[in-house]
Design a protein around this ligand. Structure first.
Ligand SMILES: *Cc1c(COP(=O)(O)O)cnc(C)c1O
Length: 419
């Protein structure tokens, strides 16, 4: 089938993410989206198992988000946020802080997850500078973790398993150790803090699920352990809920399953229901208060051009409406049951190491995937959009996916992994 002109003309000028451009297969041409489906230029319709990189929790083109976006687009698509505020951002801030636990009550908006994490890091470092606590400039992160692709966030991703090991030694080093998930790693974690806590400002972790590191799960106990250690050593705890936030693990936020309150939380991905780029870094009162001073230098000197974009904030408000008006968390619970039932048969297939499910996340872990791109192509032949990486094939569907569409996804996984 011949490709449209715009495809042939434009492709030589595009640089794709995470791709070896010399060998990457030609990208699909998306034409439209609807519900849990991506319609391609050539007319094929794929069931989306990824929900646009974990963002489209209500499915695509939800009429309520579209209506709110259209109204905001007509009135004010954008205005600067310096010295000026607007209804969509302030409403969103009230609503987010009401949903979040404890006194997480100050919202700083950015336009991507990586930058939200950078702002959290900057807050945590300046928190010490403003309080004249010298030498506490390092972050403590965990193996298997992923917090973004920008330079500072690369240094807190898993140094070996992560995508950024090529840069080892280039960025200022941070501490990345084993997550304290059992007796041995907890002992090592405590020993590490005893010698290094004085140089660390904050611990950062993805709560319950390390997403891009391979959909690795840990128990709420691990988070309580981190909160407790942070308190004992006077460290801040940053939870990166960019992936886990907004229902993905079964609760609105993953930290609620552990009953803990982080000092800073980062949100993005599903914040606007998969429509607009927006991220938020939310700080507790005591963190915010460390920036209040008669010294202008104690202010947080950060301000993205498109900060708190009104259109994006309107979409986020519309997305929160849907969490209130439609039974999203019940849908996640039903998805958890269905994913468990339907992926379990994969456990006996050759090369399968583990099958695990949490909320609306289903994972089939293999010993290894020799060629993820080739595997992806075989999924496309089954009319599903599933994007294996590392050694996993996973599903993070829209919470609104129909039972038939979910069955199409899980059957495709079984079939492709059987062959
Ligand atoms: C995706 C992700 C990020 C980075 O977000 P971008 O919007 O891609 O910059 C950071 N942390 C976690 C946990 C993520 O899943």
């Amino acid at each position: 089938m011949s490709s449209p002109d715009w495809y042939e003309d434009g492709l030589p000028h595009i640089w794709l993410p995470y791709s070896q451009m010399k060998t990457a297969p030609a990208p699909l041409a998306a034409y439209a989206t609807e519900g849990s489906r991506i319609i391609l230029e050539d007319g094929r319709s794929l069931v989306d198992g990824v929900a646009a990189w974990w963002t489209a929790c209500h499915g695509y083109n939800h009429p309520h988000i579209r209506a709110c976006a259209e109204a905001q687009l007509a009135r004010m698509p954008h205005v600067m946020f310096g010295g000026m505020v607007h209804e969509p951002a302030l409403r969103l801030s009230s609503r987010l802080t009401a949903l979040l636990p404890g006194d997480l009550e100050r919202v700083f908006y950015t336009d991507s997850g990586s930058v939200a994490v950078e702002v959290a890091m900057k807050m945590a470092i300046q928190y010490r500078l403003n309080r004249e606590e010298t030498g506490r400039t390092k972050l403590l992160a965990f193996k298997g973790g992923y917090h973004g692709d920008t330079l500072a966030t690369m240094a807190i991703c898993d140094p070996e398993e992560g995508m950024h090991h090529l840069f080892a030694g280039v960025m200022p080093a941070q501490h990345v150790i084993d997550l304290p998930r059992d007796e041995a790693t907890t002992a090592a974690f405590e020993a590490f803090l005893n010698t290094h806590a004085h140089e660390i400002t904050a611990i950062i972790v993805e709560p319950l699920v390390q997403g891009a590191g391979g959909m690795l799960f840990h128990s709420p106990d691990v988070l309580r352990r981190l909160r407790d250690a942070a308190d004992r050593h006077g460290l801040l705890l940053i939870l990166d809920e960019i992936f886990t936030g907004f229902g993905r693990t079964g609760t609105m936020f993953a930290c609620q399953q552990a009953g803990i309150v982080p000092d800073i939380i980062t949100l993005s991905k599903a914040l606007t229901g998969g429509t607009m780029a927006l991220a938020a870094t939310v700080a507790r009162r005591h963190v915010y208060e460390a920036f209040l001073s008669d010294n202008p230098e104690h202010a947080l000197m950060h301000g993205p051009t498109f900060m708190a974009n009104p259109l994006a904030c309107a979409c986020a408000n519309a997305s929160l409406d849907l969490f209130e008006q439609e039974p999203r968390l019940e849908q996640v619970a039903a998805l958890e049951t269905a994913l468990r039932e339907q992926l379990e048969p994969c456990r006996t297939l050759p090369g399968v190491k583990d099958v695990r499910v949490m909320g609306a996340i289903g994972v089939v872990e293999l010993d290894r995937i020799a060629d993820p791109a080739a595997l992806r192509t075989r999924f496309i032949a089954e009319n599903v959009w599933i994007r294996p990486f590392r050694n996993i094939v996973y599903l993070t569907p829209a919470f609104t996916i129909t039972p038939e569409e979910l069955r199409t996804l899980t059957q495709a996984i079984y079939k492709v992994l059987s062959a």
